[in-house]
Write a protein that binds this ligand. Structure first.
Ligand code: CA
Length: 361
C-alpha cells in the first residue's frame, strides 16, 4: 500500500522501478529504456498482478537498471482487454495478460493460453519451449508487431462458483456463466450462455445475479476476490483451463531495437516468472482451499462424470473446428494435437499412475 501511495504521488513517466523495488543501490546504471507495462489484472492482484510486478522488478534488477518498467493495473492506462492493441501500437512497451483474451484477433491465439481438456502446465511448458509452440506463437504475434513469451502459469484451475448444483448436463442449459475462451464456446454448445468479464468485475456481477456462475482461477485468487460471498458451491476440476499460461508481450520494434544482452534478459526474466508463478500457485492454493472450506463454509463439489464426459466431447469438437478457420490455426492445431497425444501417453504412464498410487491409502 505504501508503494501504491508512492506511485500516486509521482508524475507519470518519471518513476524508476529501482526505487520502487526498495532500491538497487548506487551501482545502478542510468535507465536507458523507460517502459510502461499494461496488464489485464487489477493492480497488485495476488499471483497474476504480483507476477507482473515481479517481471518488471526482475528485468530492472537483471539489467542493472538499464530497463525501468512502471506497471499499470487494468484500467489505469488502458482497459484490461485493450492491452494487446496498446502494446501493438506502442502506447506501452510491454504487456502482461493471457492469449485467449485475443481470440478476436486470431482464433489460434487461444492455444497459447489453454485449451479445454488440453495440456497441463508442465506439458504446456514442454510444448512451448521444446515442442515448437513458442515458434508458432512468435510467428502469430509478429503479425501484430508483438513478441510473446510465457510469463506465468496458474496450473489446473477450479471449475468455478455456482449458486445452483450441477447434477446433470441439463443443469448447464440456460446457465449464464463468466468463462472465457474455448471453455465458453463449449458451455454455449452445452446450452449455456458464456460471458467474458475482466477479473475485477466478477464479484459484483455474481452478487447482482447478472451472471449465474463464474470461474476465475483457483482458491488463492478466488479467495482474494471474495467470490465465496456471492456463490455457494465451488466446483472442480477446471476442465476448461488445465494449465493456463500468462503471457508477456513486448512491442516488436522496441524489442528488436534492444541490444542482444537486454533481449536475453527480458526473455529469461519471463522464463523465471513463468516458473515462479506456478510454484507460488502450487504452494498457496491448497492453503487457500482449506480456508474457504473451514472458515467460509464453502461447499466443494466435483462435476458429475456424465457432465465431464459431455463437456469433453463438446471440447474435442470446438478445438478441432479452430483448425478449419485458417491455415495458420490449422498449423497450430496440428502441432498442439501431436504434442497432446504424446503427452497423454507419457503422463498416463508416469504422472497419472504415480498420483493414483500416492493417493491409495
Ligand atoms: Ca480462469
Amino acid at each position: 500500500m505504501q508503494r501504491r501511495g508512492f506511485i500516486k504521488g509521482l508524475g507519470a513517466g518519471s518513476l524508476a522501478v529501482g526505487s520502487l523495488a526498495g532500491g538497487i543501490g548506487s551501482a545502478r546504471a542510468k535507465a536507458e529504456h523507460k517502459w510502461k507495462m499494461v496488464t489485464t489484472w487489477p493492480k497488485n492482484f495476488p499471483g497474476l498482478g504480483t507476477g507482473a510486478n515481479n517481471l518488471a522488478s526482475l528485468i530492472g534488477e537483471m539489467s542493472g537498471g538499464r530497463i525501468e518498467i512502471r506497471v499499470f493495473g487494468a484500467g489505469e492506462l488502458v482497459p484490461a482487454f485493450e492491452i494487446f492493441d496498446a502494446v501493438s501500437r506502442g502506447t506501452a512497451e510491454i504487456g502482461h495478460g493471457s492469449a485467449y483474451y485475443w481470440k478476436g484477433k486470431s482464433e489460434a491465439a487461444q492455444f497459447f493460453s489453454t485449451v479445454p481438456f488440453g495440456l497441463t502446465a508442465q506439458e504446456m511448458n514442454g510444448w512451448i519451449y521444446h515442442g515448437g509452440g513458442l515458434e508458432l506463437w512468435t510467428e502469430l504475434y509478429a503479425k501484430f508487431g508483438l513478441v510473446p513469451a510465457p510469463a506465468g502459469n496458474t496450473g489446473v484451475q477450479m471449475g468455478g462458483w455456482f449458486n445452483k448444483e450441477i447434477n446433470s448436463v441439463e443443469d448447464l442449459k440456460g446457465l449464464k456463466m463468466r468463462i472465457p475462451g474455448l471453455g465458453g464456446e463449449v458451455l454455449a454448445r452445452a446450452g449455456g450462455t458464456p460471458v467474458n468479464l475482466p477479473g475485477g468485475e466478477l464479484f459484483t456481477a455474481l452478487q447482482n445475479r447478472t451472471i449465474d456462475a463464474t470461474e476465475w482461477v483457483g482458491p488463492y485468487n478466488d479467495l482474494a476476490f471474495g467470490l465465496y460471498k456471492a456463490a455457494k458451491y465451488y466446483y472442480y476440476p477446471g476442465w476448461h483451463e488445465p494449465g493456463t499460461i500468462l503471457e508477456a508481450m513486448v512491442n516488436k520494434q522496441v524489442y528488436d531495437a534492444l541490444p542482444a544482452d537486454l533481449q536475453s534478459i527480458v526473455m529469461n526474466a519471463c522464463k523465471v516468472v513463468n516458473q515462479d508463478m506456478l510454484a507460488e500457485y502450487t504452494a498457496r492454493n491448497p492453503v487457500a482451499l482449506q480456508t474457504l472450506i473451514t472458515k467460509h463454509n464453502v461447499e466443494l463439489r466435483r462435476f458429475p462424470d456424465d457432465v465431464i464426459l459431455k463437456l469433453r466431447a463438446l471440447s474435442d469438437e470446438v478445438v478441432a473446428e479452430i483448425a478449419q478457420k485458417d491455415d495458420f490455426s490449422s498449423k497450430v492445431y496440428s502441432s498442439y494435437k501431436k504434442f497432446l497425444s504424446q503427452s497423454k501417453e507419457w503422463s498416463g504412464t508416469t504422472e497419472l499412475t504415480y498420483l493414483r498410487a500416492r493417493d491409495q491409502a
